[in-house]
Design a protein around this ligand. Structure first.
Ligand code: SAH
Length: 241
């Protein structure tokens, strides 16, 4: 039988490996998806690719799967971080989901001067990243970092990681063909609804390893800006080519 359901598990995968399911996964697989013993599922853990597994035990609150064969090798995304300022809850969820789908290696919530919310629910955001990977056929799940202040992110920054600074002040200028050829680690910076402050903008503009970019002549909402910026980056330097 062809396996259609993809599940992320935090457990080693390999030929003959047994994988226990937690309560939520058992509920999803057996209660919601109506799977039973003998059924096939695709598993990935973010480290060992994707494996086809057979359901060996199925109970309401638990279950065991057994790995058969590897169906995909681990495919790592390019070394691209997304540093973004969290906005309203549903839009922040959207940003994490889209960043995982679009191929971010790491997602860093960043508290800027005009960031609307001072807290994030990291577990909830991480669950959105997992769901996105399950859904888009990915074998990797980007880490969602703890929220950090813009200043401390900048203080600890490795200049070998270049910054694509999405600067709404450039919305009047033409989108620059800036990225071409600059391979290596990168991070995209997208500000909150209120934009970056003057101080933050000056800080970023003064860095040799940061490039300010325009995302076109309209001011985009932060969630739209994330998708647009990742599209540009993936097209120029990422794994879309
Ligand atoms: N309130 C701000 C807009 C913030 S938009 C203002 O009116 O100026 C949220 C974030 O999306 C910005 O901080 C920027 O990082 C990004 N962004 C939106 N539109 C953009 C554009 N046209 N060019 C570059 N970045 C953009």
């Amino acid at each position: 039988m062809d396996a259609k359901i993809r599940l992320y598990v935090d457990h080693p995968l390999g030929a003959g490996q047994s994988v226990p399911l937690d309560r939520g996964q058992a509920h999803y697989l057996f209660g919601v998806m109506r799977q039973s013993v003998g059924g096939a599922v695709l598993l990935f853990n973010g480290r060992e690719g994707e494996w086809r597994a057979t359901i060996a035990q199925a109970n309401k609150r638990a279950g065991v799967l057994e790995c058969d064969v590897q169906t995909k090798p681990l495919q790592l995304p390019p070394d691209l971080w997304l540093c973004f300022a969290p906005i309203k809850k549903a839009r922040t969820d959207f940003i994490v989901e889209k960043a995982a789908e679009m191929g971010a290696a790491r997602i860093v919530p960043m508290q800027t001067e005009f960031t609307n919310s001072g807290r994030i629910q990291r577990d909830r955001l991480a669950a959105h990243a997992v769901e996105a990977a399950e859904q888009c056929g990915g074998t990797f799940v980007p880490e969602v970092a703890e929220m950090q202040r813009f200043g401390s992110i900048m203080d600890g920054w490795d200049p070998a990681r270049r910054i694509m600074f999405c600067d709404e002040a450039l919305s009047t200028s033409r989108a620059a063909p800036l990225l071409a050829g600059a391979t290596g680690p990168w991070a995209i910076f997208v500000g909150p609804e209120g934009g970056f402050s003057e101080r933050e903008r000056n800080k970023l503009r003064g860095l040799d390893h940061a490039t300010a970019v325009s995302l076109g002549p309209r001011i985009l909402r932060a969630d739209t800006a994330v998708v647009a910026a990742m599209t540009l980056w993936q097209q120029a330097l990422g794994d879309w080519g």
